[in-house]
Ligand binder design. Sequence first.
Ligand code: SF4
Length: 398
Amino acid sequence: MAVYSDSQLGVYEQCPLKFKLRYRDRIKRDMEGVEGFLGLRVHDTLKKCYDDLRFTKTNSLSDLLAFYNKIWQENWNDSIVIMKQDLTQEHYRSLGEKLIENYYNRYSPFDADITIQTEMRIGFSLDDENQYKMQGYIDRLSRIQDGTYEIHDYKTTSHMPSQEDADKDRQLGLYQIGVQRRWPDVENIRLVWHYVAFDAELVSCRTPEAISGLIESTKSLIDEIESAQDFSPNESRLCDWCEYPDLCPLRKHFYKVEALPVNEYLNEPGVVLANRYAQLKNQEAGIEAEMEKVREAILDYARREGVEVIKGSDCKVRVTFADKLKFPRKSDAERPELDGIIKEAGKWGEVSDLDTTALIGIVEKGLWSKDLIDRVMKYGRIEGSSTVRISKLKDEEK
Ligand code: SF4
């Protein structure tokens, strides 16, 4: 099995196709979002702050800002993408300064703990057989006076999660497992996130049960990835930062036509077809509304006149009125009671039917034993299907 990192697992959860392109097919792209670039420069600056401290050098805030600006200039390049159109490189650069200042003012003179290592690579297995291997980089590992180890993570995002989210966070939970594997005598570990944009800290301590649960859920996610055949695209707001729009069936056409001049764009066969389809759909919606009105009028007429067949010029319309027996639907509150009565009477087999939609879900997610799924699959067959749906472009897609 491959060695996984939390970010690889996160990419798979976000979009299996992106995971495949990036980690299985190893297709390299030179695209970097400005947010990621900013995060790296802030991380590098805080690393310098703690690395220098280990050599007894305490940087002033202006030393750190000078370092930050130097590495910003040295590393900035044309492949860095700014998605927010009303913001510039300068906005992001000065945001980074603000984040460093927040951190500095909160923790200076940085003597609350002893740094063991910054940007520490940690490799470990989730199981004794060394099957499920993980790796990652801890932003900073430290020890406080009572012997507790702290795993620090710097966050430069503009979103601050809840305490509940922090208690469920997989990345630092995995790092805790790595630290415990490397130093089995360490009894207490605190996971600390520094949300520097909010000048705030989130702390989480994991119970042994929480750690066991994390090991199991991570192992089963790795199993899912290892056995995956179909790496489908999963569209989300993160697609705007994806480096593979030209290889993704959900974005490829956007990518192709966005580069065309307006006259070529309007004549591109896909654009022509989509526009024609939208036009017909609009007409269809108008016709359906009109049909519904006429249908209601026909029913009224038939009731009023006491007729069941209405003659037209070269057609006739038949109307039927009937009272039908109805029972609660699956989603209705009384339904379990009704099911219970029939089951209790031993008559369930006479009225129930196989729910093939539920069966498809069970087979696709592999929720039954392999043996049972294999037996069921003797009756399953793959049939091609297709749908065409239309929706409005979002503002950012126009
Ligand atoms: S554009 Fe979106 S859906 Fe397509 S591969 Fe990238 S992340 Fe996945």
